[in-house]
Write a protein that binds this ligand. Structure first.
Ligand code: TXA
Ligand code: MG
Length: 318
């Protein structure tokens, strides 16, 4: 099948209430018809995700925004113009028809217009909203390849569209625009600084100090997590903690250290490339039957915010 035939088939699957693995530039999503409660229900079952965790509605074009959201502030249009299509999700007040199963019963809805050409093609032909959480089991690592979607969900997904390895590699930045002061609920590779520059005022990343707040499952204390125990330390402590039968993800040059029996994975030293490789690497080492995965803590700069967030969650310490 060529891409056009695959898209036609995927749209048939979606219209019949089925689920499709959809590549996006961030991570692969598990897509279903946002207007079909039964299809949305299948997503929660396949992911083993609690019903209270809302889903993002994906659209092809900003013109569709008013079909799904109301009382859209100017800031949302400014961000849409600057960053859509792209790795940005906006939380806006919802239109009345948006299903409670999509929003977790809240009066708001998450909206994203992805940039990936396969997602764009699918959404354009489908012509309406597709809910698409990351195509992984609840609390597990988001898939960044079509193979990883199959490994996570197997036959719970009717069809997987091949879209190569995701360019960004981490989930979209989520900005909540329902309050007076916009706030970032989930940091992503689209940075707080880029968002602040467009809006002309500083937008903060919400501190995730309410583990009981399940509005965003990214706020669950354990998330994006391998099944192998994971811990993260500064460079010196990593070298003390690591031992035979363990995997060590590092970005510093550790050539000078012997580290017998340690599976060393040399990660990129810049945040963009690190983010692109992180989930694929975690998935690979998780399959390697190591006793522990030790991760060298990443630098403190703002460009590492999203990576740091995901590493803390993989360790269950956020
Ligand atoms: O990059 C992404 O955003 C990917 C791709 C597939 O688009 N999707 C994704 O979906 O990461 P998911 O379901 O794994 O994460 C969506 C996040 C969740 O943390 C959810 O709670 C939050 O968005 N969210 C959705 N609607 C919300 C709402 N109305 N209020 C607050 N948070 C919301
Ligand atoms: Mg997810």
């Amino acid at each position: 099948m060529n891409l056009q035939q695959e898209i036609t088939h995927a749209v048939e699957v979606l219209r019949a209430g089925g689920l499709v693995g959809m590549p996006t530039e961030t991570v692969y999503g598990l897509a279903g018809d946002a207007r079909n409660a039964e299809a949305v229900g299948k997503i929660f079952t396949a992911k083993q995700r609690p019903q209270t965790h809302p889903l993002i509605v994906h659209l092809a074009d900003p013109d569709q925004l008013t079909e799904w959201a109301r009382e859209i502030p100017d800031a949302a249009y400014q961000l849409a113009l600057a960053f859509w299509p792209g790795p940005l999700t906006m939380i806006l007040k919802k239109q009345a028809h948006v299903l409670d199963v999509v929003t977790g019963g809240q009066d708001s809805v998450g909206i994203r217009i992805p940039r990936h050409p396969v997602a764009q093609a699918l959404l354009q032909v489908f012509g309406s909203g597709l809910v698409a959480p990351s195509a992984n089991k609840f609390t597990r690592i988001s898939p960044t390849t079509a193979e990883a979607v199959y490994a996570e969900l197997g036959d719970d997904v009717n069809m997987i569209l091949e879209g190569g390895a995701c360019a960004v590699g981490l989930e979209s930045t989520i900005v909540d625009l329902t309050a007076k002061q916009p706030v970032i609920l989930r940091p992503g590779m689209l940075s707080a600084e880029q968002i602040s520059d467009v809006l002309g005022f500083a937008v903060q990343i919400k501190r995730q100090d309410h583990p009981g707040d399940t509005r965003a499952p990214g706020m669950h204390h354990l998330h994006y997590a391998p099944t192998t125990p994971v811990a993260s330390y500064g460079t010196k402590a990593c070298l003390e903690q690591v031992g035979p039968g363990m995997a060590l993800l590092h970005y510093s040059n550790l050539d000078a250290y012997e580290l017998q029996g340690v599976h060393k994975v040399n990660m990129p030293a810049n945040a963009t490339d690190y983010a692109h490789e992180l989930y694929q690497t975690l998935r690979a080492v998780d399959a390697g039957n190591y006793r522990r995965i030790i991760i060298e803590a990443v630098p403190g700069g703002a460009d590492w915010d999203a990576v740091r967030d995901r590493l803390l969650k993989a360790c269950g310490s956020l």
